[in-house]
Design a protein around this ligand. Structure first.
Ligand SMILES: NC(=O)c1ccc[n+]([C@@H]2O[C@H](COP(=O)([O-])OP(=O)(O)OC[C@H]3O[C@@H](n4cnc5c(N)ncnc54)[C@H](O)[C@@H]3O)[C@@H](O)[C@H]2O)c1
Ligand SMILES: CC(C)[C@H](C(=O)O)[C@@H](O)C(=O)O
Ligand SMILES: [Mg+2]
Length: 358
């Protein structure tokens, strides 16, 4: 029997609802394949502010550092929206990513055959399917550059600095090229090198890294064009590598390729051995507590955890197969519902996936 320690951070809003189902799925996988997943719960985000007065208590970082992987739901919500920037719940996410050195955020936007009718793109654009992997830089750029406020003649001004060092770009570019090698061998670098100096450095380093990957084709695209091309002709993309903020925005856009943001999982990897796994969506305050959230993005994130952090390939496959089986059987949460399909809530969707596993 293999033992794995997982730090579990449900967070706020729908976070606890989707994490609850994911833990049940992992427990079932453990039962079937004879692994022991030990969950240690930790608070981060708004719930940590309420309990401890800070979004990311040291205890939470310690629990994560002592684990083999981190499973996170979502963080934030209107209750904490009026707090100053450095005390907001979202700080916890940035702090965790930094503390664990998670510079590479992998966001695979895959349209399952079963969900073609849930995707808003036309059938001729979808063709035989869509599969894009967004590789987002996660611990640098404008999220972490100098920020502040100052008085000017035009009133108060505020600034956030976009800054990247060569090494920060090099390592994320390598991640993207390594992933592309295992896929269709095309990397599209997305930047704004026609305007931003940080993008010019970014692009030159990506080009330098590309010379080590002669088997991989490198294309460059400005972010404004890329956001249009993602909808116009998504098939041209294989791996997209981009900065922290561009990646945040483009991945929400790409989530519609999967049918819904409730379907898009992510893995955050980096310097150390601890990976963090979370859905791309947020705490969805509009549906929190209503048993309406789609738990699949989080459940698919757990599959990524099994694959990347634990090397449990067949167990990860089993989760993905179970998700597809439930979709095949016509069950849908409300975000992916279509005529003729059976509407279910968060808990029922979790139960069906567990049933499909066994
Ligand atoms: N990783 C994270 O923890 C994370 C990510 C994004 C946003 N946030 C935070 O979440 C809060 C809400 O942000 P937002 O409203 O901009 O984005 P959101 O992703 O929470 O919600 C956007 C829309 O998508 C829907 N949605 C999201 N997840 C869904 C799911 N699993 N199933 C069905 N529908 C789903 C919501 O109902 C909403 O209509 C904010 O405080 C934001 O900062 C956190
Ligand atoms: C909540 C926020 C800090 C976060 C980000 O911008 O990275 C979220 O939007 C995400 O995509 O994980
Ligand atoms: Mg986001």
């Amino acid at each position: 029997m293999m033992n794995f320690n997982i730090a579990m951070i449900p967070g706020d809003g729908i976070g606890p609802e989707v994490v609850e189902q994911t833990v049940l799925v992992l427990e079932k996988v453990g039962e079937i394949y004879n692994h022991k997943f030990n969950f240690k719960e930790a608070l981060a985000g708004g719930c940590a502010i309420d309990e401890y007065g800070e979004p990311l208590p040291k205890k939470t970082i310690d629990i994560c550092k002592e684990s083999d992987a981190v499973l996170l739901g979502a963080i934030g919500g209107p209750k904490w929206d009026n707090l100053p920037g450095d005390r907001r719940p979202e700080r916890a996410l940035l702090g965790l990513r930094k503390a664990l050195g998670l510079y590479a955020n992998i966001r695979p936007a895959i349209l399952f055959d079963q969900l073609k009718e849930a995707c808003p793109l036309k059938p001729e654009i979808i063709g035989d399917g869509l599969d894009i992997c967004i590789v987002r830089e996660l611990t640098g750029g404008i999220y972490f550059g100098e920020k502040g406020r100052k008085d000017t003649e035009l009133g108060q001004a505020a600034f956030d600095v976009e800054i990247y060092s060569e090494e920060e770009v090099r390592r994320i570019a390598k991640t993207a090229f390594d992933i592309a090698r295992k896929r269709n061998k095309i990397v599209t670098n997305v930047d704004k090198a026609n305007v931003l100096e940080s993008s010019r450095l970014w692009r030159s380093v990506v080009e330098e890294v590309a010379t080590d990957y002669p088997d991989v084709t490198l294309n460059h695209m400005y972010v404004d064009n890329a956001s249009m091309q993602l909808v116009r002709n998504p098939k041209q993309f294989d791996v997209v590598v981009t900065t922290n903020m561009f990646g945040d925005i483009l991945s929400d856009e790409a989530s519609m390729i999967t049918g819904s943001i409730g379907m898009l999982p992510s893995a955050s990897l980096g310097e150390g051995n601890i990976g963090m796994y979370e859905p791309v969506h947020g705490s969805a305050p509009d549906i929190a507590g209503l048993d309406k959230a789609n738990p699949m993005a989080t459940i698919l994130s757990a599959a990524m955890m099994l694959r990347y952090s634990f090397g449990l390939e067949k167990e990860a496959d089993a989760i993905e197969k179970a998700v597809k089986k439930v979709l095949d059987d016509g069950y849908r949460t409300m975000d992916i519902i279509n005529e003729g399909k059976k509407a279910v809530g968060t808990k029922e969707m979790g139960r069906l996936i567990i049933e499909a596993l066994s």
